[in-house]
Design a protein around this ligand. Structure first.
Ligand SMILES: [Zn+2]
Length: 244
């Protein structure tokens, strides 16, 4: 953009370009771009795009190609699962959420989740507001080389079982972060609501059945009216009430 519009003299834009590595990830941190921060993965993705999408391709083609690549990757993941189906992965902890993860997730994602469970022990938790606000950070022993340990703010809504972390990993990767898991331990909660096991990462037999056109889970349509009614009722109750 700087070249095309000949705006090199504008210091502000220059600084923005130089610092792009810092602000771009923050800008997109709430969007679903699973695991693309690792260099090898993004280069891999890059190569796949270069084969099929050129600089003159339309946006629609790009999106189509993206969908095709993701579907392809999903299929490969499922294939891997079938090969590993005989083996049941061993659990590293007695926390129910690790067992839930093994039941719901495909093998690759489960191993990622398990790494988080292992990493949890390196973190400490400060209670800022009981049952609502927690600060999670690495214990001193694990931050020797760092000048200042990073602190992560985790917000909790106990009634709705909602957990939000400032790192926004769940929004980006669809996988909870070590900070939220550590917060759960602090809360003595060892079970996760199913909403945190997103459909994309579930093993084939655990995926929700969805209507092909509307993409709404089958359990929310058709014959199961009770559930649908309850869901709509909850939505209605959450709407702001108008004064008569
Ligand atoms: Zn986090």
């Amino acid at each position: 953009m700087l070249n095309e519009h000949k705006v090199h003299h504008l210091k502000y834009l220059q600084a923005m370009y130089e610092n792009r590595k810092r602000f771009v990830p923050v800008y997109f941190k709430n969007d679903f771009f699973p695991f693309i921060c690792s260099t090898s993965r993004s280069e891999d993705m890059n190569a796949r795009f270069k084969e099929n999408v050129g600089p003159t391709s339309s946006l629609i083609l790009f999106v189509k190609e993206y969908g095709r690549i993701i579907a392809n990757m999903d299929e490969k993941g499922n294939l891997r699962d079938k090969n590993k189906a005989q083996k049941v992965a061993l659990l590293n902890s007695a926390y129910t959420f690790e067992k839930q993860a093994r039941d719901f997730y495909n093998t690759e994602i489960f191993y990622r989740f398990q790494q988080l469970v292992k990493a949890m022990g390196r973190y400490l938790a400060d209670e800022v507001d009981k049952g609502k606000v927690y600060v999670i950070y690495k214990s001193e022993e694990h931050t020797k080389d760092k000048i200042r340990p990073r602190k992560y703010l985790v917000l909790v809504d106990m009634a709705q079982e909602n957990y939000v972390c400032i790192c926004a990993r769940f929004q980006k990767d669809g996988l909870l972060c070590v900070h939220i898991l550590r917060t759960l331990i602090q809360l003595n909660k060892y079970t996760l609501p199913e909403k945190y096991f997103i459909d994309q990462w579930r093993r084939v037999e655990k995926k929700q059945v969805r209507n092909a056109t509307t993409f709404i889970p089958a359990e929310l349509t058709g014959s199961n009216c009770t559930l649908r009614y309850n869901l709509l009722q909850n939505v209605l109750l959450m709407l702001p009430q108008k004064d008569a």
